[in-house]
Design a binder for this molecule. Structure first.
Ligand SMILES: Cc1cc2nc3c(=O)[nH]c(=O)nc-3n(C[C@H](O)[C@H](O)[C@H](O)COP(=O)(O)O)c2cc1C
Length: 405
């Protein structure tokens, strides 16, 4: 966490990686708060609500100010005080009905769904929404959700074997007729889903995001995911994950249509002064709900520490990190709008394509981020592209409602 508090400009200090795509504008997503209790395990005030009414307004704010994606979490049981949860796919569908431009990514667990049933569900969501449905395939970490439902709880790496077959099946059923696949977990025989997903330019099928940090997760993402999503990471640490995914993508023929793209989680604390932002971070941690954070840490041992090389998600997380349960403080999006914009563009330089963001007060802060930070990012992205002999492709910028607001 302390890495976020350095004072030199991260943009200037960071070299452009060969993995960086300087022409394509960064994309922005936010975590849908469909789980009660907000995004930090702390008794600090969080003006965020998990209800649909709150989320409908939030989604409309987000698409209006330049967010392209929202990510709905999947959770069936309380684990750290998140005692109420709305189901991800139905909630996402409702948000799609309430918005016009936002792509809503629904998290789903292989092991809870059959890939054919999910493929069919997403095709319908895609038609209903004009091509704005996407999935985040998560392999699971909360053992009680599986054992409580009487479902098998697989070993860590075996969960990724199942996930990989699951993604193959989704993609196959979305893109082929008379599709067949045989494996350890799914057998599909001569199956055609009709209608197929909508045909959208530059999209082979609804996008497949994939969340995970371990070596097995990186390898699977490299082979089959459109997007690799990571927990929060510093500028120094995330290149390792990118390299791991790209190495896997290069090692064998990739079974996804385009090269992997990279999404990174970050918890945003944007305030008028850096001091104020840092004070807010300190207050979040000082007011952490200690038993809940410790309970969460115990649950995630199932996901991280149980991997063979100890490199799972949360394997290196400190108590402070876990107060934002997806390591969002590590990304260091904490400071003034100028500082945060600089840091975000430094992440672009190492190969990040999308920032997944969380906040204390979602409606107010998503709006503030869109109005104050995204425009600063765009200016810096244009400068960065020019300094490297290319241009930012502004045709790819999302439409917003800001000009007419
Ligand atoms: C961006 C992101 C979102 C995730 N969303 C969920 C979720 O909604 N529900 C869930 O059970 N796990 C979620 N996970 C965690 C994964 O299910 C899985 O436990 C984790 O990727 C295991 O990581 P490991 O292989 O690094 O140990 C998410 C992970 C990331 C990176």
């Amino acid at each position: 966490m302390s890495e976020s508090l350095t004072t030199s400009s991260p943009l200037q200090a960071t070299a452009v990686s060969p993995a960086a795509d300087l022409e394509t504008p960064l994309k922005f997503a936010y975590w849908v708060p469909n789980v009660s209790g907000g995004l930090v395990i702390s008794t600090i005030e969080q003006r965020t609500d998990w209800t649909f009414d709150y989320n409908r307004t939030l989604a409309r704010i987000a698409e209006n100010v330049g967010f392209e994606y929202a990510l709905t979490q999947t959770r069936y049981a309380a684990s750290y005080g998140a005692d109420k949860q709305h189901e991800a796919t139905s909630f996402s569908l409702a948000l799609l009905g309430a918005t016009e431009r936002l792509t809503v990514i629904s998290a789903v667990h292989p092991g809870m769904w059959h890939p054919g049933v999910l493929a069919k569900f997403v095709i319908t969501a895609d038609h209903v929404s004009g091509g704005r449905s996407a999935v985040n395939i998560v392999s699971g970490w909360l053992k009680d959700e599986f054992t409580g439902f009487g479902l098998p709880w697989l070993d860590h790496d075996e969960r990724y074997v199942r996930t990989e077959e699951f993604i193959d099946a989704l993609r196959g059923l979305w893109t082929q007729t008379d599709y067949s696949q045989s494996g350890n977990y799914y057998d599909i025989t001569d199956f055609t889903l009709s209608p197929p997903p909508l045909e959208i330019p530059d999209r082979a099928h609804p996008e497949i995001f994939f969340g995970g940090n371990s070596t097995a997760a990186q390898a699977t993402a490299g082979r089959v995911a459109d997007w690799y999503f990571s927990n929060g990471k510093s500028l120094e640490d995330f290149p390792d994950n990118i390299a791991g995914v790209l190495a896997s993508a290069a090692a064998e023929p990739r079974r996804a249509p385009a090269k992997p793209r990279f999404g990174l989680n970050g918890f945003v604390i944007a305030r008028d002064s850096r001091q104020e932002a840092e004070d807010t971070l300190r207050e979040i941690v000082a007011k952490a709900h200690r038993p809940a954070v410790e309970g969460f840490a115990n649950s995630v041992k199932e996901a991280g520490s149980s991997t063979k090389d100890g490199r799972g998600m949360w394997a290196e997380s400190s108590f402070e990190d876990l107060v934002q349960y997806n390591d969002g403080f590590r990304t260091g999006l904490i400071g003034t709008p100028d500082e945060i914009a600089e840091r975000i563009v430094a992440f672009k330089k190492i190969g990040v394509n999308l920032l997944l963001t969380g906040y204390l007060h979602f409606q107010e802060e998503v709006e503030h981020f869109g109005r104050e930070i995204i425009p600063r990012v765009r200016t810096l992205e244009e400068e960065l592209a020019r300094a490297n002999g290319t241009e930012l492709n502004t045709d790819l910028l999302p439409e917003t409602g800001l000009a007419t607001a």
